[in-house]
Design a protein around this ligand. Sequence first.
Ligand code: SF4
Length: 481
Amino acid sequence: MRSVVIDKSRDKVNDECGVFGFYNNDDFDIVSLTQDGLYGLQHRGQESAGITVIKDGEPFTVKDIGIVSTVFTEKNLKKLPQGKISVGHVRYTSHKYLDRAASQPLVMRYIEGSLALANNGAITNFPEIRAKLEKGGAIFQSNSHAEVIGYMISTHRIETDSIEEAVLCAAEDLKGSYSLVISSPSKLIGLRDPHGFKPLCIGKLKNSYILSSESCAIESIGGEFIRDINPGEMVVIDSEGFHSYFVNKKKTTSLCLFEYIYVARPDSIIDGVNVNLARRKAGEILYKEDPVDADIVCGVPDSGLDAAQGYSSASGIKYATAFIKNKYIGRTFDVVGIDKKQRLLKTRLNVIKNVVRGKRVVIIDDSIIHGNTSAHIVKVLRDAGAKEVHVRISSPEFVHSCYFGMDLPDSKDLVSNKYSVEELKKLIGADTLKFLSIDGIRKIASGCKIGICDGCFSGVYHADKPKIKFEDKFENKIKKV
Ligand code: SF4
């Protein structure tokens, strides 16, 4: 069978999944609502999508590689019954090969029936846990962290009195980041890791409950946001409502700062911070830190747009739309050759020439990983007749890797570790180049109710790094689809 190799050269940070769950206390069309919820989380992962519906304690699942609109065809949706509980997932993988068996929700049999599980995160002690389980005779179908978590829960259920206790026991042994949505035959469970790396929140639609990575998905199905799940909190929803439990509370919590800069949708509110306002603030601070004279300020779609508006309001420089992003190109596979890669960049992002011709342009993007996209943006602006191009980045330089679920290259491959800002400016062909300072980026999250992680900028992490790299131990075991 032909293997599908992911194009890892994309010059963007990638996130790692969106999770969704619904507990139906009314007579809602749970299939349709879960599908719509996943549409609201599609920005978090475009490689696979899946829904499991629990009806009379039994799971029914549709999942496949692809985006929500291609996986949930009319024909596929007919395979899902109307039930009491649903679990939904959209996935991005950080591995080189797409592993079809790792598509979620993962459904496993255990002592009480079936467990469906959807996860967003990276378990840093995954290699150790998996090796220990394999030594004990466990056989795994995929490279998925979710499968290991499911196995741990089902094992603990044998020696505990309830699924809640089993989940809490499993959580005691997990390190790193995770936001989980789990269904048992009669309960819907949400669990956020004790550091709070990944967001997870709860909402309500009439008498029914919703769990979601982001509040935007709750609102998009007409629901009402109740609150964020706290770091280390497990929420259990059953016929009596929702109950809260805690595991392993940490003194230092650390929401991934990149949720505010790039990952989350601007209409979401995460741990008390409105994502749109956080990005606007980044733009305002960027201007205050490094003012420049220009005619227009533009953003690179999508996450540079709000920052550009903030820059415009702080500077008085006119805001303009210079780039059109083709939203219909998902993640690309098997992209070979510089020409094709360049063409793809152009197909993804094209400039409106008359907006920039003869102008001094400030262009705002969220990050620079390899530098290819920035160089492309500067070139197309100059080709379109821009007089000056000033690049502003609404985050500090990436100089460290991420171990907690964001797909950043090794630190040695980050462009900011190879060149100074001045050298990078020349490399991408800009007139000036400035990054937001670390103090500046911390200010955009000043209203955050929990602590933040800025490890990829500062090198300071509030959780242990993995002792063994997953790829070193298991990459050769990943199945190719
Ligand atoms: S290291 Fe960076 S990308 Fe990783 S969790 Fe922390 S802030 Fe997010």
